[in-house]
Write a protein that binds this ligand. Structure first.
Ligand SMILES: NC(=O)c1ccc[n+]([C@@H]2O[C@H](COP(=O)([O-])OP(=O)(O)OC[C@H]3O[C@@H](n4cnc5c(N)ncnc54)[C@H](O)[C@@H]3O)[C@@H](O)[C@H]2O)c1
Length: 238
């Protein structure tokens, strides 16, 4: 009898919410979390142009589950993360999807204040742009520095609840954000020439680092940290 490939489920019994998760980096992280046994709720803007991405993500998640019954289950919920109420509805939906909704709401109704959360991991997608300037980036770099700073302060605020908060800092990762730019040979070759590993990144390059930061076993004492995922671009001053 042919043996099954060894499967590692580093996030078994965990439950994740991933914003902007139908495309690019968020999607790659969602798929990897599912493979590692994590229930995933993906948030998206419900745009007509993105329906194809949502549909193909659902199909991909179904295939993963068909091949591995221990893989996580996917759910999705539309919502604009700029709206405060999106966060509340995402958490409520995510908790229900992960199967812990009943106990949480039961505790709340019968014993007063909600219970202290049993830990967790928040991963902010910052950028290499949080650490460097760019003449054409004055609108962008402060926002990514803001994400980095937010994760540092939330790490301080939420440590007492055993919630770890860290940032991933992608370098140049080919997604719909920069696809047009990198389709220009001269621009792509210039970028590749600056990256010690000799290539621009793909969304899946962020998946392993995200699994690491989500796993208590692997990164249980890591909080307030930042991890560059840039092929070495930041340290290449030459
Ligand atoms: N691609 C890169 O080279 C790169 C480098 C550094 C950092 N980043 C960061 O990575 C993150 C993901 O970018 P990506 O490259 O995967 O691009 P992407 O466009 O594929 O992903 C962004 C997703 O967020 C969704 N989104 C946008 N506004 C939203 C809102 N208000 N509410 C809910 N969803 C919303 C978009 O619809 C899209 O699905 C971004 O924060 C980006 O700044 C990307």
């Amino acid at each position: 009898m042919a043996s099954q490939p060894h499967r590692v489920h580093l996030l078994a019994n965990k439950n994740a919410i991933i914003t902007g998760g139908t495309t690019g980096i968020g999607r790659a992280i969602a798929l990897s979390f599912l493979r590692h046994g994590c229930s995933v709720t993906v948030n998206h803007l419900d745009l007509d142009r993105d329906k194809q991405h949502l549909d193909s993500l659902i199909a991909e998640a179904d295939t993963i589950r068909a091949e591995d019954p221990e893989a996580g289950r996917l759910s999705h919920l539309p919502g604009d993360v700029r709206q405060v109420e999106t966060a509340a509805s995402l958490v409520e939906h995510g908790v229900q999807h992960g199967g812990t909704g009943d106990s949480t709401s039961a505790c709340r109704s019968s014993h007063g204040p909600p219970p202290i959360p049993a830990g967790g991991s928040i991963i902010g997608i910052s950028s290499i742009s949080a650490l460097v300037g760019g003449a054409q980036q004055t609108h962008y770099t402060p926002t990514k520095a803001g994400v980095l700073s937010l994760m540092q302060s939330t790490a301080c605020a939420l440590g007492k609840y055993s919630i770890r908060c860290n940032s991933l800092l992608p370098g140049t990762i080919r997604t719909q954000l920069n696809d047009e730019d990198l389709a220009v040979d001269a621009k792509r070759e210039y970028m590749e020439g600056r990256i010690p590993l000799g290539r621009t990144g793909v969304p899946a390059d962020l998946a392993g680092p995200a699994v690491f930061l989500a796993s208590d076993e692997l990164s249980g004492y890591v909080t307030g940290a930042q991890l560059l995922v840039d092929g070495g671009l930041f340290v290449n001053l030459q």
